[in-house]
Design a binder for this molecule. Structure first.
Ligand code: PA5
Length: 444
């Protein structure tokens, strides 16, 4: 099970202060469970893990098997919550050099629809030329521009390269049950489709087909992923002292009230880079509203100690650090001894590389705490599907609780509309005539 160490927050948050949060956390949990919190029509994630049935997993796996059999590459088209969870899990579980050495046992998973870079889309569509590829088109609203744009290109290319009948087999839609262009298209074309439940928002949707299908297509164990989340869901009912998500939420809140406005999520495994990206979206989009919210940032260590380390050590003291530590790596590599010892590293000979990494982690933690940075440590035993499932539900739960403490609606994202309105006005989208006029006058 995840272990949470809050000892290194002590100089900033006393145990009495943490205890004082306990009652508020209990109220927050109660509001989530009773569905009395703001945005309560989006609480489907709360008991999602325990509601996943064997039949549903079998349906996801059967669809994944079709894509695995018919495709050498599968493009996941989606943005924000419609891709980050899958990307995070797939990258965390994949060999670091998978993209250079695919032996053909799993399709290569590519991502699109998360940017509007012309070069990116050109290079992707060029790469896919003459490849047996499929597409998973993911959009809850079914109308997101970035995703729709990529999907139009990919659908056309897939149909041209593979023929309409095969395209029908290797294009899967994950979208709303009724609304949106993605649903209309899936129904008209006869694609296999999955529904994103109405009461699960994008950033809480990794354990729906949004995350599970791409992860299964990549060849990873979605049963274990769900099992990890289910076990973590069980801990949500435990008393505060045994409840890691409740404690993490309380510690964050206490630090925030002490002026620690930025949380830096640090990892010591490069494979966790996209777990941090997923986490940033989960917390950033959920909390950042009404002039409130901890700014979620991230670093990959020790890499970024040589870029951001200086700032963390001595910059403005408005930060705290949360480290995800993996207790045991999947592989063993011993550091060799060298007769000449020209690099002076023989004192490490015979040690596991991970031992050096762990000492770097400990040394960094002590240095940062000395430098005035409170430290939270989250440890998982291994970087496997089961523990990732735990981590996902742990963060979701903590995020839900913390938003109640802040008094914000965790489940909307009104601020995301501002850029879209301007972009559509600038592009002259039908229906935006007035906005186009106004924005042109503003820019004149
Ligand atoms: O968390 C969210 O709700 C958002 O980040 C969405 O996932 C993102 O905007 C994509 O939306 P959609 O799935 O409707 O295309």
């Amino acid at each position: 099970m995840i272990t949470l160490d809050l000892k290194k927050t002590a100089p900033w948050v006393s145990s009495e202060e943490l205890k004082a949060c306990e009652v508020r956390v209990a109220d927050a949990q109660q509001a989530l469970e009773a569905g009395t919190c703001p945005g309560n029509d989006f609480l489907g994630w709360l008991h999602l893990p325990s509601s996943i049935s064997a039949d549903f997993i079998a349906e996801v796996k059967a669809t994944a098997d079709v894509l695995r059999a018919e495709c050498d590459a599968v493009v996941v088209a989606g943005i924000g919550g419609s891709y980050l969870g899958a990307k995070a899990v797939i990258e965390a579980l994949s060999n670091s050099f998978q993209w250079l050495q695919n032996d053909g046992s799993n399709p290569t998973i590519l991502f699109a629809g998360n940017n509007i870079g012309e070069d990116y889309l050109y290079e992707l569509t060029t790469l896919l030329k003459n490849k047996r590829f499929g597409v998973i088109n993911i959009s809850k609203s079914g109308t997101t521009t970035e995703t729709a744009l990529a999907f139009r290109l990919l659908k056309k290319q897939c149909e041209e390269q593979r023929g309409k009948e095969m395209a029908k087999k290797v294009i899967v839609a994950i979208t709303d049950a009724k609304r949106g262009a993605a649903r209309t298209c899936a129904d008209k074309e006869g694609y296999k489709s999955f529904v994103i439940p109405d009461n699960v928002g994008g950033r809480f949707s990794v354990l729906t087909p949004v995350g599970l299908l791409p992860i299964a297509v990549a060849g990873f164990d979605i049963v274990q992923l769900v099992k990890g989340a289910q076990d973590m869901e069980q801990t949500a009912a435990l008393p505060f002292a045994e409840n890691p998500a409740a404690q993490y939420a309380a510690a964050r809140y206490a630090l925030y009230t002490k002026g620690k406005k930025i949380e830096i999520l640090a990892n010591y495994q490069p494979k966790l880079h996209f777990v941090a990206e997923w986490w940033k979206q989960l917390f950033g989009e959920s909390e950042g509203k009404d002039g409130k919210g901890i700014y979620p940032a991230s670093v990959d260590l020790t890499t970024d100690l040589h870029s951001m380390g200086q700032w963390i050590q001595e910059g403005e003291r408005s930060i705290f650090e949360t480290v995800i530590s993996v207790e045991t790596p999947e592989h063993k590599l011993l550091f060799p001894s060298d007769e000449e010892n020209l690099d002076g590293l023989n004192f490490l000979a015979g040690k596991r590389v991970d031992e050096v990494n762990k000492m770097a982690e400990l040394g960094t933690q002590l240095a940062h705490v000395d430098g005035g940075v409170p430290n939270i440590r989250i440890a998982i035993e291994r970087l496997d599907a089961y523990h990732l499932g735990q981590l996902i539900y742990f963060f979701e739960r903590a995020c839900g609780i913390h938003c109640q403490l802040l008094g914000v609606n965790a489940f909307n994202q009104p601020g995301v509309e501002a850029y879209k309105k301007n972009m559509f006005a600038l592009l002259g989208k039908p229906g935006y005539e007035k906005e186009t006029e106004a924005i042109k006058a503003r820019l004149a």
